[in-house]
Structures are given as structure tokens and as C-alpha cells.
Design a protein around this ligand. Structure first.
Ligand SMILES: Cc1cc2nc3c(=O)[nH]c(=O)nc-3n(C[C@H](O)[C@H](O)[C@H](O)COP(=O)(O)O)c2cc1C
Length: 203
């Protein structure tokens, strides 16, 4: 188990997050940047209903945590109606978890354009062809939409207007690390003015 965190070592939590992500990038075979994204939707009875799914976090730091998605998807619509989200990273083999939550906002178009341009062509075409989380009658319908996008954009594929980045700006971040005997180490950072206040939490 890695043990490189002297308690209360960081003035702000993004440095620690970057260290932990670097550890995950070195050790996790797949998608070390995968995290659960929790949103608030509306249930069939009209009451608020939590929703959660895995996404890839593509940037992190004082400017916020960036995920990319179809803005017309369930999560996109939920975040438009209730612009609050929580993220949860779990690095199983490192036995670490990071949770955070806060308001969300749109990513600047030029940043989303630049990221979209780095994606493989197949992923770019999929962003055009997929009505993410809508009902798909058959795979053939999706394949036809992919072929149509391929014909429409024989050269570079522009970013679809319905596909962009969402920035989660944490109001709190919690770092959890496994310790023997369920005596885990938890550090919670809460925003306080321009900085952060850190306290330990019982496991
Ligand atoms: C490892 C992994 C990474 C994923 N990354 C993304 C992502 O970055 N963006 C995204 O929109 N969906 C991603 N998905 C798919 C989502 O989990 C989800 O199925 C999809 O976004 C529809 O969710 P929604 O209906 O709640 O909007 C990923 C799924 C997995 C398992």
C-alpha cells in the first residue's frame, strides 16, 4: 500500500490530487482517470432522484475537473436543470478514493474544440451519430448514422454543438486511503475564503 501522505502536507488539495492521479497512471492498467459522476435528476414521481455513471476526467486542478459528454444525454440534461455534481475516483489497487462535489459550468468552446480535435476520427463521428441515452432501434440505425457523418465530414470533423466539456468546481474534496483494521485515513478539504480548511474525518 503506498504511503506517501504526511497528514496536513498540502496548502491546497489539487497538489495531492495530482500526486494521486500520477500514482494511478503508473499503476492502473485501464482508465486511471475514470470516475463516477453523480447528478440530480427527476424521478417518475417528480421527486429529485440521484443518478450516477462512469466518465473520464480529462483535466483537473484549480480551474476545476473537466469531463466531456453529449449535452443532450441524461447527465447533460440533468446538469442543465440542476448544475451541481459530485465525482468519485476509486483506485482499487492503490486502495484510495477521492470524492468531491460542487457547482458545474460549461467549458470554454475553444478548449472543447481543441480537445475534440485530438480525438480519433471514429470517436468524433460517434459524437455526431450518437443520441446518447436515447432509445436505439437497432445497431443498423446507429451504423447508418455513423456512415452519414463520415460522408458529411470527409475532412476534419468539427465538434458537434451538442458535445462539449463540463467543469466541476469542487467546494470540498475528500481524500481516503486504506489503513489496516478499517482505520482508514480521511482528509476533507472545504473551501474557506480564498483557500481551504482541512480536517480529518473518522473512518
Ligand atoms: C470506463 C468508462 C468511461 C466512460 N467515459 C465516458 C465519458 O467520458 N463521457 C461520457 O459521456 N460517457 C462515458 N462513459 C459512458 C457513461 O458511463 C454512460 O453510459 C453514458 O455517458 C450515458 O450516461 P447518461 O445517460 O447518464 O448521460 C464511460 C463509461 C465507462 C464504463
Amino acid at each position: 500500500m503506498p504511503d506517501r501522505l504526511p497528514p496536513i502536507a498540502f496548502a491546497e488539495p489539487f497538489e495531492r490530487f495530482a500526486l494521486w492521479m500520477a500514482d494511478a497512471e503508473a499503476s492502473e492498467p485501464n482508465d486511471p482517470n475514470a470516475c463516477a459522476l453523480a447528478t440530480v435528476g427527476t424521478g417518475a414521481d417528480g421527486l429529485p432522484e440521484p443518478d450516477v455513471r462512469i466518465v473520464l476526467c480529462k483535466a483537473w486542478g484549480p480551474e476545476g475537473f473537466v469531463i466531456y459528454t453529449n449535452l443532450a444525454s441524461a447527465k447533460g440534461r440533468q446538469l442543465a436543470a440542476c448544475p451541481r455534481a459530485a465525482l468519485d475516483f476509486h483506485w482499487k489497487s492503490l486502495r484510495r478514493q477521492v470524492r468531491l462535489a460542487g457547482p458545474v459550468g460549461p467549458l470554454a468552446d475553444e478548449v472543447a474544440d481543441a480537445y475534440f480535435a485530438t480525438r480519433p476520427r471514429a470517436s468524433q463521428l460517434s459524437a455526431w451519430a450518437s443520441r446518447q441515452s436515447g432509445t436505439l432501434e437497432s445497431r443498423a440505425v446507429f451504423e447508418a448514422a455513423l456512415a452519414e457523418a463520415d460522408r458529411r465530414f470527409p475532412g476534419p470533423v468539427p465538434r458537434p454543438p451538442h458535445w462539449s466539456g463540463i467543469v466541476v468546481m469542487p467546494q470540498w474534496i475528500e481524500f481516503w486511503e486504506d489503513r489496516p483494521g478499517r482505520q482508514h485515513h480521511r482528509e476533507r478539504y472545504d473551501r474557506a475564503g480564498e483557500g481551504w480548511e482541512m480536517r480529518l474525518l473518522y473512518p
